[in-house]
Unconditional design. Structure first.
Length: 233
């Protein structure tokens, strides 16, 4: 029996590198910038309170859920309005955060596994975040990279997966997606007809009931063997 899998897509944050430490480091750097340049904001809000304000802003503007860069910029604009500030600090603040957000440390299984898979499959990246494959140093593994901003859709929905399949000229049955998030990486991929592999590094219980991944792995070293069992006819 032949293996029909042609394309493997990977989530980025918390799949190829730890996501929260990366974001926290960037937000710490951003907060220091705010202290130095618009201290009236940091005299009123600590870093966690600013994060809570962004969440509240998202609840009022759910259309920004697929564009975290736009959400952060909107949060800066809201702060400028609240404190009667000019907006000349907003772009430098965002650019400082954005560049810091790209400073990632890959999980140790990433490089050897992706380099091996690249010899047999076409690889792509899919993310809801604003990580840049070029800036994070992972673009050389991927033939195609797509994020929710460009797609206009979150990974919990099938649209972004179908867009990738069209772009790469493969059917849903020739596509496997690998990621850590049950809703975004498993439910979304399976709704689009792709295979979904749950990367469960922390051995969490499966939370979604009837929707099940096609396979569960604890690290990427287990991925090649799993791939060999999928898409056979």
């Amino acid at each position: 029996m032949a293996n029909n899998i042609r394309v493997i897509s990977f989530d980025l944050d918390d799949t190829l590198w730890p996501g929260m430490p990366t974001i926290l480091a960037a937000e710490n750097k951003l907060y220091r910038f705010l202290q130095e340049n618009v201290s009236v904001i940091t005299q009123r809000y600590d870093m966690m309170q600013l994060r809570d304000r962004r969440r509240e802003l998202l609840s009022r503007y759910p259309e920004l859920a697929h564009d975290l860069s736009a959400l952060r910029l909107r949060s800066f604009e809201a702060l400028a309005d609240e404190f009667g500030l000019g907006r000349e600090w907003i772009r430098p603040a965002f650019e400082l955060f954005y560049e810091a957000r790209q400073q990632v440390s890959l999980f140790p299984d990433v490089a050897p596994v992706l380099e091996a898979l690249q010899q047999q499959y076409r690889l792509a990246s899919l993310t809801n975040g604003n990580a840049d494959p070029e800036k994070t140093g992972v673009a050389h593994w991927f033939e195609y990279s797509l994020n929710s901003i460009t797609a206009g859709s979150l990974k919990s929905q099938p649209m972004i997966y179908r867009q990738l399949q069209r772009q790469m000229g493969v059917s849903a049955g020739e596509h496997v997606h690998v990621g850590d998030d049950p809703e975004n990486d498993v439910l979304g991929a399976k709704t689009a007809g792709a295979f979904a592999i749950w990367l469960n590094r922390e051995q969490k219980p499966w939370p979604l009931g009837d929707c099940q991944p096609d396979s569960e792995i604890q690290n990427l070293h287990a991925l090649p063997a799993v791939l060999a069992t999928l898409g056979r006819d």
